[in-house]
Design a protein around this ligand. Structure first.
Ligand SMILES: [Zn+2]
Length: 616
C-alpha cells in the first residue's frame, strides 16, 4: 500500500469543568478522541493532542468558597484528579493545562483586543438580578420562584420543570436568590457583547466546508437561519476568571476563554514557542484543527468559536466531532441506582480500563447518538470478543510454537496464507470516519474466521501426529493463526493500547503500525505466551455499582466539599440547589442578547450532560 501524505493535526477534547471528578459519561468523548489520535499516529501522521481543565466561572467560585479554600487551590486539586483518571484510561494528551493560566490570559486578551479592534465588541446596559446579601449579580439558575405559567413553586429562573415553560427570571412569582434566600433586586450593569451578527455570513460559509456531521450541521444552520444575535461575553465582579483589560470589575465570561484554552494548552506544550503556535493557529495554517465535543456544547464550538476566530484573524476549525450522551442500563445515570459511576470507582474495583475503551468504541460511530452502557452486555461482550475470540487465537497456538518449534514461526504459511494482501482501505476509512463500531465488527469477523479455521484444522489433534507432513502443517497453521492475531492487534491497537503493547512483547516485534499489516513475521522467534486478558466477572461490576451507591451517602447528608461536588453535570452536583444549578431541558439558544438565556448565563457552565435536550 502507498503511504498516505503526512498530515499535521491539532486535536482537542472538550475541557472538563473543574468542579468535580470525571465519571464514565465524560469518558465517551475522551476515549473517542484518543482512539482517533492513536489511529492517526499509527498512520504516520503528526498529531498534537491537548486538553485542559475549564477552571473559571461562578459555580467554581462558589464551590471553592463553600469548601473554604481559594479558587486556585480548589481547581488545583480537581486538576490532579482529572489527570490521574485520564492517564489510567490511557487518554494520552500531549499536554494537559488549565484555562486559569498565564498562557490563557495572554491569548484571551489578544483575541479580545483583536475583536475590539475589528469592531466586534459593543457595550450595552442590561438589567440583571442582584443578590443584595451576597453582593453579586445572579445567573438565572441561581434564582428560584413560582412558575408564572403553572404556579409550581421552587422553579428555576429560566424554565419550569413541571410545565416546561420558558420565561424570564423577572416573570417568576416570589423570586428568591438560592444563595441567600432573599428577593433579588434588579440593577443595571454595563456588559460587553461580541457582535456575532456581523460574522454570520462568515460562520455560514465556514460551516458549509467544515467536516461536521450532517445532523450537527443541520442544527447549526437552523440557528444561523434564525439569525445570530450578539453574545454577552462579560460578567461583573465577584467572578473567578480574567478581568477584561482596562475594564475594572468586568470579567470575561467563562465561555469566552474556555475554547481559547485549547491554544493555551498548545502554547504550554510548545514551551512558549510563538512561531510554533502561529503555525497551527494562524490564518495561513496548513495544519488541521479538530475539536471533539459533546452535543451539549455544539453552539459554542459551531457558532461562537469560529466567529471569534474569524473576527480575530485566526484559522477556523477543520472539523468538529460530536458525541452523544451516555446512559447506563438504558436509563439516565442515577446515584440511587448506583449507575452514576465515577471513573475512579471503575478503576478502584479493579476493572481493566481497556474494557471500557473497547465497549465504548464498539458502540461509537460518527453520528451524534447516545450510547448505552448495558452492564450485562458489557460483561458478555468483553468476555466473548476479547477473551473468547481475540486473545484465544494466541493462547490456542502459542504453546505449539514454543514447545515443538523452539518459539520460531514457520518460514511460510503454505496453504494457510491469506489469498492476497489484507485489504486495509476499508479499515482505514472506518477509523478516519470514526466508525469504530465497524472497525470492531471487522476485527471480530477476522477472529471468528480464524477460530473457525483452527476448529476445523484442529492443531491439538495434528500435534499427536509426528510425521514431517503433519509437523509442517501444524507449524504453518499456527504461524498463520498468529499472523491473523497480529493483524487484529494492529486493528485494535488504537482502542487497546496497553493490551497490544503486551501482544507486541509476546510477538517479539517492533511497535505495530498500519504500514506493517502485510508484513507477516515469518521465520521469526516469538516469546512465551502470557495471558493477555482475563475474563471480567459480574460480581466485580456489581461491586462497582454498590460502591457508586455508597458515594452518595456522605454528600447527601452534609454540605458539599471539594470532594463531593462532582462533575459539571447538574445532576451530579450535590446537596444544595445553590450548588446545583441545572441546565434547562432546552439547548442553550445561541441567538440571544438577553442575560436570561441559558447560554449567556454563568450557571450554564454547569452544563448537564445527562439531561436529554429537546434537540441537538
Ligand atoms: Zn410551570
Amino acid at each position: 500500500m502507498t503511504a498516505p501524505a503526512r498530515r499535521k493535526l491539532f486535536v482537542t477534547n472538550a475541557l472538563p469543568y473543574a468542579n468535580g471528578p470525571l465519571h464514565l459519561g465524560h469518558l465517551v468523548g475522551y476515549i473517542q478522541a484518543d482512539v482517533w489520535v492513536r489511529f492517526q499516529r499509527m498512520q504516520g501522521h503528526e498529531v498534537t493532542y491537548v486538553c485542559a481543565d475549564d477552571a473559571h466561572g461562578t459555580p467554581i467560585m462558589l464551590a471553592a468558597e463553600k469548601a473554604g479554600v481559594a479558587p486556585e487551590t480548589f481547581i488545583a486539586g480537581i486538576k490532579t484528579g482529572h489527570e490521574q483518571d485520564f492517564a489510567a484510561f490511557h487518554i494520552a494528551f500531549d499536554h494537559y493545562h488549565s484555562t486559569h493560566s498565564e498562557e490563557n490570559r495572554v491569548l484571551s486578551e489578544r483575541i479580545y483586543a483583536a475583536l475590539e479592534k475589528g469592531g466586534y465588541i459593543a457595550t450595552r446596559e442590561i438589567e440583571q438580578a442582584y443578590d443584595p446579601v451576597k453582593g453579586m449579580f445572579l445567573p438565572d439558575r441561581y434564582i428560584k420562584g413560582i412558575c408564572p405559567n403553572c404556579g409550581t413553586p421552587d422553579q428555576y429562573g429560566d424554565n419550569c420543570e413541571n410545565c416546561s415553560a420558558t420565561y424570564s427570571a423577572r416573570e417568576l412569582k416570589e423570586p428568591f436568590s438560592v444563595l441567600s434566600g432573599v428577593a433579588p433586586e434588579w440593577r443595571p450593569s454595563e456588559h460587553y457583547f461580541f457582535t456575532l451578527s456581523k460574522l454570520q455570513a462568515a460562520v455560514e460559509s465556514w460551516l458549509a466546508r467544515a467536516e461536521v456531521h450532517s445532523s450537527v450541521k443541520a442544527k447549526l444552520n437552523e440557528w444561523i437561519e434564525a439569525g445570530l444575535k450578539d453574545w454577552d461575553i462579560s460578567r461583573d465582579a465577584p467572578y473567578f476568571g480574567f478581568e477584561i483589560p482596562g475594564k475594572p470589575g468586568k470579567y470575561f465570561y467563562v465561555w469566552l476563554d474556555a475554547p481559547i484554552g485549547y491554544f493555551a494548552s498548545l502554547l504550554a506544550h510548545l514551551g512558549g514557542d510563538q512561531a510554533g503556535l502561529e503555525a497551527i493557529i494562524g490564518a495561513d495554517s496548513t495544519a488541521e484543527m479538530w475539536h471533539f465535543i459533546g452535543k451539549d456544547i455544539v453552539n459554542f464550538h459551531g457558532l461562537f468559536w469560529p466567529a471569534m476566530l474569524r473576527g480575530s484573524g485566526l484559522r477556523k476549525p477543520t472539523g468538529i466531532s460530536v458525541n452523544g450522551y451516555l446512559t447506563v442500563d438504558g436509563a439516565k445515570m442515577s446515584k440511587s441506582r448506583g449507575t452514576f459511576i465515577k471513573a475512579r470507582t471503575y478503576l478502584d474495583v479493579g476493572l481493566n480500563p481497556e474494557y471500557l475503551r473497547y465497549y465504548f468504541a464498539a458502540k461509537l460511530g460518527p453520528g451524534v447518538v447516545d450510547i448505552d452502557l448495558n452492564l450485562e452486555d458489557f460483561v458478555a461482550r468483553v468476555n466473548s470478543d476479547l477473551v473468547g475470540k481475540y486473545v484465544n487465537i494466541a493462547s490456542r497456538c502459542a504453546g505449539f510454537i514454543t514447545k515443538l518449534f523452539g518459539g520460531r514461526l514457520a518460514d511460510s504459511m503454505g496453504t494457510f496464507a491469506p489469498p492476497s494482501d489484507w485489504q486495509t482501505q476499508g479499515w482505514t476509512n472506518n477509523y478516519e470516519e470514526r466508525e469504530f463500531g465497524a472497525v470492531i465488527r471487522d476485527a471480530m469477523m477476522l477472529a471468528d474466521r480464524e477460530n473457525e479455521r483452527l476448529q476445523r484444522v484442529a492443531p491439538w489433534k495434528l500435534a499427536n501426529d509426528d510425521s514431517p507432513e503433519a509437523r509442517t502443517k501444524l507449524h504453518q497453521i499456527c504461524t498463520a493463526a498468529l499472523d491473523t492475531f497480529r493483524v487484529i492487534s494492529i486493528l485494535l491497537k488504537p482502542i487497546l493500547p496497553n493490551t497490544v503493547a503486551e501482544a507486541e512483547k509476546f510477538l517479539n516485534c517492533a511497535p505495530l503500525t498500519w504500514a506493517c499489516i502485510n508484513q507477516p513475521l515469518l521465520g521469526h522467534t516469538i516469546n512465551d505466551y502470557q495471558p493477555l486478558l482475563t475474563r471480567v466477572d459480574r460480581p466485580t461490576v456489581q461491586k462497582m455499582v454498590e460502591a457508586s451507591k455508597e458515594d452518595l451517602a456522605p454528600s447527601a447528608k452534609s454540605a458539599p466539599s471539594s470532594n463531593s461536588a462532582p462533575a459539571k453535570g447538574g445532576e451530579a452536583k450535590t446537596a444544595t440547589a445553590a450548588d446545583a444549578p441545572r441546565l434547562p431541558p432546552h439547548p442553550p439558544s445561541p441567538s440571544t442578547t438577553s442575560p436570561r438565556s441559558n447560554c449567556a448565563s454563568p450557571a450554564s457552565k454547569t452544563r448537564n450532560p445527562w439531561k436529554a435536550p429537546t434537540s441537538c
